[in-house]
Design a binder for this molecule. Structure first.
Ligand SMILES: [Zn+2]
Ligand SMILES: [Zn+2]
Length: 245
C-alpha cells in the first residue's frame, strides 16, 4: 500500500466509528469484538501450560504440557490472547498478508490484556524479525507494528531491530518441532552492537502467532547468548496442540 493510501486510511479511521476486530459491525472502541464475535472468540484462559502457554484440557495454570515437562524451551513464559482458529484468522491473515496494518491497534489491546504480567516485568520489547527478502515483499513486519503499539500503550521501549533473520526459511507449516528447529538453526542472530540494550535485561518477544514455539525459542537463544537475563513471549494468537483438544 502506498503512503497516500495509508494516510487516507488513517484519516478514515479517525472519522469513522471503530469496527469489530473480526467483522464490520460498529463497536465502542478499538480492540473490541461485537457481541456476536465476542461470543465466538476463543480467548485463552486457564488451564494452560505455565511455560509455553498452550491450552491444556485439565489442571490449573501451574502445570506444564508434556513438551515443556520433557524439554523446556529457553524462554521463561509465553502467553497469547486468542486461540488461532477460524475467527482469529479473520484478524491475523489480513493484518499479516493484506496490508491491513491498522489492525495492529486493536490486536495490541487484546495482547496487552493477556500479557499484562509479562509487560509489567519487561525492560524492553523485541519483535520477531523477518528476513530482508520477506520484508521487502510484504513492506512491513507485522511483529514490529504490534510491538510499536504495545510500546505506545505501556511505555515499555521497543528494540525494533535488535534481532535479525539472516537465513531465509521456507514456511514452517506442516513441519514438526524438530524439523522446525533444524530449519531455524543459525537463522536468527542479535545485531552487532546491541549488547548494552540486551545485557541483564528482561526482554519480551512479540509475534503475531505462536505455533510450535520453535521461532520464539530461536529468538530466545540469540538473546540469552547475548546476555539477556530472561526472555518471555507475547503473541496475539496461539495454535492449540491437537493432542490436547
Ligand atoms: Zn464482529
Ligand atoms: Zn508447555
Amino acid at each position: 500500500m502506498n503512503l497516500i493510501a495509508i494516510a487516507g486510511r488513517a484519516v478514515l479511521d479517525t472519522l469513522l466509528p471503530p469496527n469489530c476486530l473480526a467483522c464490520d459491525a460498529p463497536v465502542d472502541a478499538d480492540g473490541q469484538f461485537c457481541l456476536t464475535c465476542f461470543r465466538a472468540a476463543n480467548f485463552i484462559s486457564s488451564p494452560f501450560c505455565a511455560q509455553c502457554g498452550v491450552p491444556l484440557p485439565f489442571g490449573d495454570a501451574t502445570g506444564f504440557c508434556t513438551a515443556c515437562a520433557h524439554a523446556p524451551p529457553l524462554f521463561h513464559a509465553a502467553r497469547a490472547a486468542l486461540r488461532y482458529d477460524a475467527l482469529t484468522k479473520r484478524l491475523i491473515l489480513p493484518f499479516k498478508y493484506a496490508d491491513r496494518t491498522e489492525f495492529a491497534r486493536g490486536i495490541a489491546v487484546l495482547m496487552a490484556r493477556a500479557g499484562a504480567a509479562l509487560l509489567a516485568s519487561a525492560d524492553a520489547l523485541v519483535p520477531v524479525p523477518l528476513h530482508q527478502a520477506r520484508l521487502r515483499q510484504r513492506g512491513y513486519n507485522q511483529s514490529v507494528l504490534l510491538g510499536a503499539e504495545l510500546a505506545r500503550r505501556t511505555g515499555v521501549p521497543l528494540l525494533r531491530d535488535a534481532l535479525a533473520r539472516v537465513k531465509p526459511t521456507a514456511p514452517l507449516g506442516g513441519l514438526g518441532l524438530e524439523a522446525r528447529q533444524a530449519a531455524l538453526a543459525g537463522a536468527i542472530i542479535m545485531r552487532p552492537g546491541r549488547d548494552l540494550e540486551i545485557n541483564h535485561k528482561n526482554l519480551l518477544l512479540i509475534d503475531d502467532v505462536m505455533t510450535s514455539g520453535a521461532t520464539a525459542n530461536a529468538c530466545a537463544a540469540a538473546l540469552l547468548n547475548a546476555g539477556a537475563a530472561r526472555v518471555d513471549v507475547l503473541t496475539a494468537a496461539r495454535v492449540a496442540d491437537p493432542r490436547y483438544e
